[in-house]
Write a protein of this length. Structure first.
Length: 107
């Protein structure tokens, strides 16, 4: 992107110098028109690159948001899994305690 800006500055500088020259020389006039055409083409390319950059930046931001949402979802799911495992452990302990109590009553 910098090279496009630098080229544009150089072309503008060259055009300014050329405008101050004697335009009676037909080749000189032709060169000025050629440089002007090149400048216009570079401006078009620059605008296209800026548009593509904006699109890429929007895509990046959207993907970053989706990634954050996914990571948050994963954290919540992991927390739920841990809580579920803890509940199962509690139930297992209670079951063991009840089995022990039943065994005591049966003997």
């Amino acid at each position: 992107m910098n090279s496009v800006i630098e080229k544009e500055k150089k072309l503008n500088f060259a055009l300014t110098k050329l405008k101050n020259l004697n335009l009676k020389n037909p080749d000189l006039k032709k060169n000025i028109e050629n440089l002007s055409s090149q400048k216009n083409q570079l401006e078009i390319e620059k605008q296209e690159l800026e548009d593509k950059y904006k699109i890429l930046l929007d895509d990046y931001n959207n993907l970053s948001k989706k990634l954050d949402e996914f990571q948050n979802f994963e954290k919540i799911e992991q927390k739920k899994q841990i809580e579920f495992s803890e509940k199962i452990d509690e139930l297992n302990q209670e079951t063991d305690t009840l089995i022990d109590e039943i065994d005591k009553w049966q003997t």
